[in-house]
Ligand binder design. Sequence first.
Ligand SMILES: [Zn+2]
Length: 250
Amino acid sequence: MLKKFEGIVIRTTDFGESHKITAIYSREAGKVPAMARGAKKTNSRLAAVSQLFTYGYFLVQTGHGLGTLQQGEIISPLRGLKEDIFKTAYASYIVEMVDRSTQDNEPNPYLFELLHQSLNYISDGYDPDIITHIFEMKMLQVLGLYPEMKRCSLCGATEGSFGFSIKENGLICHRCQERDPHFLPISQNAVKLLRLFYYFDLNRLGTISVKQETKNELKKAIDLYYEEYSGLHFKSKRFLDQMDSLKDKM
Ligand SMILES: [Zn+2]
């Protein structure tokens, strides 16, 4: 059956001399795998539309397993993502996360919006560290992970000074901190941001300016949480981390 999808190319792999196998994350059907025949040839009408990060409409002949990309129309090439190696690295991590966390043909409009908005923001020049951390926090519910970010996960208190506990799956207050000797002591500013990133509507992103020191805290808390609970390891994340340490040296 021929179907039209609004989606974003989240993976593309060369196949043979001239073909590409792509995965499109679509609004209508979630992840749709599709063969793009001849797409590696520069004169192919599929060459541009089958590139990583392309946002567009895709006509796919679907069937059992791998579909065939028949035609595409670019809405936005999200060019900003390709013009800067740093932006490419962040965007690669985001699409890899979506790819690795989803099955084919399982619609999730929330995730489509999250992906679309995050890539747009990075392409438009918003701080990619912040957008990526927001993405990571919002991605948790897609993975079925629900850290307690509103109140102390042990006593339920909403007032006090909070740290982050991997063991207790969320924030713990100063009164309970001795019950988890390994809790992560982070600044109250970092606590506020983690909570904000988890709950707020990404449509309403204003300008957020965050000190490097606070960014490091966010990264540490989020990385530890993913390591403990997600069971996922991302190739692009390793690259991103290497790039980070390179930036520090520059
Ligand atoms: Zn408590």
